[in-house]
Ligand binder design. Structure first.
Ligand SMILES: [Zn+2]
Length: 427
């Protein structure tokens, strides 16, 4: 029988299970920060996957950023050997979710099913994708008990806060060594007909301007760091942003407005620190001697990070040359190189063909404007064959009344199962 019909039947038979699994995962509130219930969700998955014949390791990212005895960073890695030598296909999902926020009409951890949608924080980002990958693997194994290679499923911590206690830690332990794992699918909510090949680069930095403190009634005796920062902001607006808008990319970034270099000013702080909310006094009159901004510069695969940094330094040096007493300092906070998997790789080809078979339309190739755990798999793990593919609508992530469609999960589970059939030859 045709593999598509067989796997479609196997996944259809698991529809109730897919729903129940997704609901169970949503009902374990794995809020990050601070990193709640990580052990509980890993224990739940361990029990589930051991029952399906997987060998399961629970790994605490001891000593990683944010790991503590109160909030230990637990990760789960499960492996199923097909019985003959071959490639390993790894599905990696993060198990953490962001804060609930306001504006919900459904219980955020209720997993309510209504009109074919399951609601809850993490429904689309990305417990629905995790559930779809588990059902895909279980349906594939039940249909083809003997195959060449292995399937791995991981649920990892802290993607929402950088992934250091999750995928980065596992990559450092060699879990994404190309000798061990050959293909990685991250079921982030990119939509069931799209393959995400990678992401733009990131550079976060703090820029501080310096002044001299004095009494606010005699500002001429001091030097305002806020005024100096005003000059920096003006220069960013009038010169830097237009320059960045002119830098476009061949990367198929979605949304298309992100097909260029961008810069956001994430925060600004100048002068006296803000007081706690319960402080009832007045602020003190001082000339600000320090002002800081944090910038978030997203760069393209065509750009070099050294040039990206030099561009900002050059701008600040120009201000310094023309503005009396202007002084500044830049500190690096965080950086990630752009990443893009080759469209001709067997992984991308297999998923693309599977999408065509299931949805009767061509796959769309996209690149994410922001980063996700692919960065660690690429940089630390040195593994290039990595894509994001999963059900759900990206725009719903982190929103109130986040939901995942059951049909979308089932369709993408079939795409994943067909991909397994393509990459892991069956007996
Ligand atoms: Zn996510």
């Amino acid at each position: 029988m045709d593999s598509k019909i067989q796997l479609e039947t196997a996944i259809a038979a698991r529809r109730d299970d897919l729903i129940a699994l997704t609901q169970d995962l949503i009902r374990i509130p794995t809020l990050n920060p601070p990193g709640q219930n990580y052990r509980q969700i890993c224990d739940y998955l361990k029990q589930r996957l051991e029952a399906a014949g997987f060998t399961v390791d629970l790994i605490r990212a001891t000593g990683a950023l944010a790991d503590s005895d109160t909030y230990p960073r637990w990760n789960m890695v499960a492996r199923y050997e097909g019985g003959a030598a071959g490639d390993t296909v790894h599905f990696n999902s993060h198990h953490d979710v962001v804060e609930v926020g306001h504006g919900w009409t459904k219980p955020p951890f209720g997993g309510v099913l209504e009109d074919g949608r399951i609601y809850g924080r993490g429904a689309c980002d990305m417990k629905g994708g995790l559930a779809a990958s588990i059902i895909a693997a279980e349906a594939f194994i039940a249909t083809y008990p003997r195959f060449a290679g292995a399937i791995e499923i991981s649920a990892t911590a802290d993607e929402e806060s950088g992934g250091f206690g999750g995928v980065a830690y596992l990559a450092e332990q060699g879990r994404f060594d190309p000798a061990r794992v050959q293909h990685v699918i991250i079921p982030e909510p990119l939509q069931k007909d799209r393959i995400c090949l990678g992401h733009r680069g990131v550079w976060w930095a703090q820029v501080e301007t310096k002044g001299r403190i004095a009494h606010g009634s005699m500002p001429f005796l001091g030097d305002s760091a806020i005024s100096h920062m005003g000059a920096v902001l003006a220069e960013i607006e009038t010169h830097l942003l237009p320059l960045l808008a002119g830098k476009t990319t061949a990367m198929p970034v979605v949304p298309p407005q992100a097909r260029q270099s961008t810069l956001n000013i994430n925060s600004i702080h100048g002068g006296e620190a803000e007081q706690a909310e319960d402080y009832t006094g007045l602020p003190a009159p001082c000339v600000a001697d320090r002002c800081r901004i944090v910038i978030d510069r997203r760069f393209l695969i065509e750009e070099d990070i050294a040039a990206v940094k030099a561009e900002l330094t050059d701008m600040l040096e120009q201000i310094k040359a023309s503005r009396p007493r202007f002084d500044y300092e830049i500190s690096d906070l965080f950086e990630v190189q752009p990443s893009m998997t080759d469209e001709s790789s067997p992984l991308v080809q297999s998923v693309g063909q599977a999408i065509e078979r299931v949805l009767a339309q061509k796959a769309e190739y996209v690149v994410s404007p922001g980063t996700y755990d692919q960065k660690h798999i690429d940089r630390i793990g040195r593994l290039k064959n990595c894509i994001a593919y999963g059900p759900g609508i990206l725009e719903l992530a982190h929103q109130p009344d986040e939901w995942i469609g059951v049909d979308d999960m089932a369709d993408s589970a079939l795409v994943m199962a067909l991909t397994l059939a393509e990459l892991l030859p069956t007996a």
